[in-house]
Ligand binder design. Structure first.
Ligand code: AMP
Ligand code: GLY
Length: 418
């Protein structure tokens, strides 16, 4: 098979790495890829959002399967376009992707079908939102509707904090158009966990869980990022939570979409809070998580391409997922300033040999004049498997110590809870 992977982050490097192990694979292309994907695939200089160019490429190269990593091309309708042209592609179509692309669509669907999530209210008027905040009890959560690369969420603990955040979103438009509509949400307390599932429209196959670390600094301080590190499995969760999440959330949302005429096909990401009352939805995403993919894919024993092919045939019920007993942990190295503005093009150096056991997934890197340099906010995902989380953590951090670039930042507490 000839495969085209779309995207260029750590998640896509992990996808390409995993697919390269499939005996079905003859050649992998990745668009645009990064400084690490070239080890397993041919990087193609087409941006992930250039739908028509990607379509032309897939047709000319006779690609047997295109796999979409990030949400943006999905929301641009890349799956709809490929399907119109009869080209096989794995991922949800545009309407299905709205489960991530529009918080108000996702919230509306959950309300209609009784799927547990935080109570919320939507506003398009700054004055009305400010009024609601004056009468509210804190803490609360403010969210910009639409895509904001995981950064459009602010937890506010007082009215003053809330008003400042609201002004930034709706007046100063720090998240751009995503701030036209905002959601004010109940603050959920509990342990947070990511549960991903393969979905073929009807069958929902949950994967092993993972825990992300969103705030930029140790101890969950500072602004939210796309994710600073992750590990899997997550041992300290209440027993039976996963069955309950499948029964009350994952299966019902896929069935709800089916009833609305939306056949969800692809990876469904459920960000859950395990509250006293059971799991509740924080958000759905329409794709693998980043960095969750980097710790889940190394634990997956199945052939990923076979899972995707079966999904496209509507035969996912024939698949049984099997997992390595080992734990996996990833530490993200970021550019100085991330998630705010950051410099690019900083040379990356390695002190000594990296362990051959290490899985070094590149996120924002590229090769420039024969040198590896930074090219994004999240630069590298330093990933290790181990017989325990403790061991995976020790191995990953040992390798982190060998990597350096100017202003490199990372959290030192990834996986500590686990
Ligand atoms: P989101 O982009 O919606 O996943 O939100 C980013 C992060 O904000 C989540 O991973 C949570 O840690 C936190 N968060 C979002 N919504 C809530 C909520 N209703 N209650 C508590 N924390 C939340
Ligand atoms: N790690 C969070 C996300 O992929 O959205």
């Amino acid at each position: 098979m000839k495969v085209l992977v779309i995207g260029g982050g750590g998640r896509e490097h992990a996808l390409v790495w995993k697919m390269a192990q499939s005996p079905k694979v003859e050649k992998i292309f990745v668009a645009p890829g990064n400084g690490g994907t070239r080890d397993f695939a041919e990087n193609v200089p087409i941006g992930a959002n250039e739908v028509e160019e990607l379509l032309t490429f897939a047709r000319e190269k006779k690609i047997d399967l295109t796999v979409v990593g990030p949400e943006e091309p999905l929301l641009l309708g890349i799956v709809d376009r490929f399907e119109e042209e009869g080209l096989p592609i794995y991922g949800p179509n545009r309407r299905a992707a709205l489960i991530e692309g529009s918080k108000s669509f996702a919230k509306g669907l959950m309300k209609k079908y009784g799927i547990p999530t935080a109570r919320y209210e939507e506003f398009t008027s700054y004055e009305e939102a400010a009024e609601a905040l004056r009468e509210a009890h804190y803490p609360l959560v403010l969210k910009a509707d639409g895509l904001a690369a995981g950064k459009g969420v602010v937890i506010v603990r007082s009215q003053a904090e809330a008003e400042k955040a609201l002004r930034e979103m709706m007046v100063d438009r720090i998240f751009g158009k995503a701030g036209e509509k905002i959601v004010i949400e109940e603050f959920l307390e509990g342990e947070e966990v990511t549960l991903l599932a393969f979905v073929d429209g009807k069958t929902v196959l949950p994967m092993e869980e993972a825990q992300d670390h969103k705030p930029v600094f140790d101890g969950n301080r500072g602004p939210n990022t796309g994710g600073m590190g992750a590990y899997s499995p997550v041992p300290h969760l209440p027993s039976g939570w996963k069955e309950m999440a499948y029964r009350t959330i994952l299966f019902p949302i896929v069935e709800a979409m089916w009833r609305e005429g939306i056949h969800y096909r692809g990876v469904l990401y459920a960000g859950l809070m395990l509250t006293q009352e059971g799991p509740k939805v924080i958000e759905f995403n329409c794709r693998f998580g980043d960095p969750e993919a980097q710790v889940i894919l190394p634990r997956l024993e199945n052939d990923l391409l076979e899972i995707m092919e079966k999904s496209l045939e509507g035969r996912l019920h024939e698949v049984t997922l099997t997992w390595k007993e080992e734990a996996c942990l990833t530490v993200i190295l970021t550019s100085p300033g991330y998630p705010g503005a950051y410099p690019k093009g900083l040379p990356i150096s390695m002190k000594g040999e990296l362990s051959p056991e290490l899985l070094l997934f590149h996120a924002g890197t590229k090769e420039e004049a024969g040198r590896l340099v930074t090219a994004g906010g999240r630069v590298l995902a330093v990933t290790a498997l181990g017989s325990t989380i403790y061991e995976a953590r020790e191995k990953a951090y040992r390798e982190v110590g060998k990597i350096d670039f100017e202003g490199m930042h990372y959290r030192t507490d990834i996986g500590l809870k686990g």
